[in-house]
Design a protein around this ligand. Structure first.
Ligand code: AMP
Ligand code: MG
Length: 353
């Protein structure tokens, strides 16, 4: 670890006040602080300071065309960030904040152009994590914070992932342990009518539709398995490990396993990403297996760490089975398809006689 970065361990539920105060001062002085949220680690800077925001883009190697999400700790801060806020936004905030829901709204005047990639809209959320909230209160500013990874690498779910990617490019890392959800927030645009999901994430569509029955989600890849970018920055190659990823879909377990096994021989060293039940199928083979657990919640928590771990094990290809597109499974599907850069194999059951 370099001299420049201070890594401070904090209790995720009751963070140490001195550590938070130091991190808050760092934000106010225009520095960069990486901190845990309930989704993934964020790389934070003062959202009202153009020069501080420029440091985020530089540290991550993020293209200037990819806008950031602003984090707030109190509803009153919303007017510092957004204006002409529709009443449905307040209804969503009351129900889902703090939590993994990001809203796209008209941007307020004080928000620098580089934060929003020159758009006249802004993305904002209130994170549900005591460390993030304590930092926001201490800095007493809205904090712009994209995921604290190198651009296009899997998002960080631990402080070690942040250090691995950003080493001496960040002033303070608040280490609050592993992030509880493990996938990024759901992004909903209230600019469009009806409102529209730009990125599936930590809050499921099913839950959101209880509050917003007319919520749309129509990325072409769900129908066609071809990607277009529904939001700036959601281009296809994202969340990618270094190894090539191939994603398999299909209802017939035996046929899917057979297709995956057939692929194994054509690579030097293969990694398998699988739920616990599927993992048993590959246990006897010479492959690196990362188990994603028993359900979508567990898979969400483990996915990004598993992709990083397979990279570290030097695999040249990662085979994964696509999850069901329900609940958190939809966000998992989205991240896996991006990691696979569209390499999706649909396995058809063999016709029975
Ligand atoms: P990250 O914080 O790294 O998870 O990325 C933030 C993402 O939020 C961006 O990549 C965009 O897809 C989305 N986003 C941020 N601001 C806007 C905006 N004004 N309009 C639409 N999408 C946005
Ligand atoms: Mg990101």
């Amino acid at each position: 670890m370099s001299k420049r970065t201070r890594v401070l361990r904090v209790d995720p539920v009751a963070p140490d006040a001195d550590a938070i105060a130091l991190a808050g001062r760092t934000i106010r002085a225009g520095g960069l602080v990486a901190f845990p949220t309930e989704t993934v680690y964020g790389l934070g800077a003062n959202a009202l300071d153009e020069a501080a925001i420029a440091k985020i883009f530089a540290a991550k190697g993020r293209p200037a065309s990819d806008p950031l999400i602003v984090h707030i700790a109190r509803l009153e801060q919303l007017s510092q960030v957004a204006h002409a806020i529709p009443s449905e936004a307040f209804a969503l905030c009351r129900r889902f904040w703090p939590g993994p829901l990001t809203l796209v709204l008209q941007k307020a005047q004080g928000i620098p152009a580089n934060l929003t990639a020159s758009l006249n809209t802004v993305a904002v959320r209130m994170p549900d994590h005591e460390v993030a909230l304590a930092l926001l209160r201490s800095a007493d500013l809205p904090i712009a914070a994209p995921s604290a990874n190198q651009f296009s690498r899997p998002s960080p779910t631990s402080a070690q992932h942040v250090i691995d990617d950003l080493a001496d490019r960040v002033d303070v890392v608040l280490d609050g342990g592993n992030t509880p959800i493990g996938l990024e927030s759901t992004i909903v645009s209230l600019i469009e009518d009806p409102p529209c999901v730009l990125r599936p994430g930590g809050i499921s569509l099913e839950t959101l539709r209880e509050a917003l029955p007319n919520l749309r989600y129509e990325p072409s890849y769900l129908a066609e398995d071809v990607m277009i970018a529904p939001a700036p920055g959601t281009m296809l190659r994202h969340y990618s490990p270094r190894a090539r990823v191939i994603l398999y879909t299909g209802d017939d377990d035996a046929e899917v396993y057979a297709a995956m096994r057939a692929e194994i021989n054509s690579h030097e060293r293969v990694g398998i990403l699988a739920c616990d039940a599927d993992a048993l199928e590959f246990a006897e083979l010479d492959v690196a297996i990362e188990r994603l657990g028993a359900d979508a919640d567990e898979a969400a928590r483990r996915l990004f760490a598993a992709l990083r771990s397979l990279d570290q094990q030097g695999v040249d290809c990662i085979l994964a089975r696509a999850p069901e597109k329900r609940g958190l499974g939809l966000a998992l599907w989205d991240r896996l398809l991006r990691a696979a850069v569209g390499s999706l194999i649909k396995v058809q059951a063999a016709p029975s006689d």
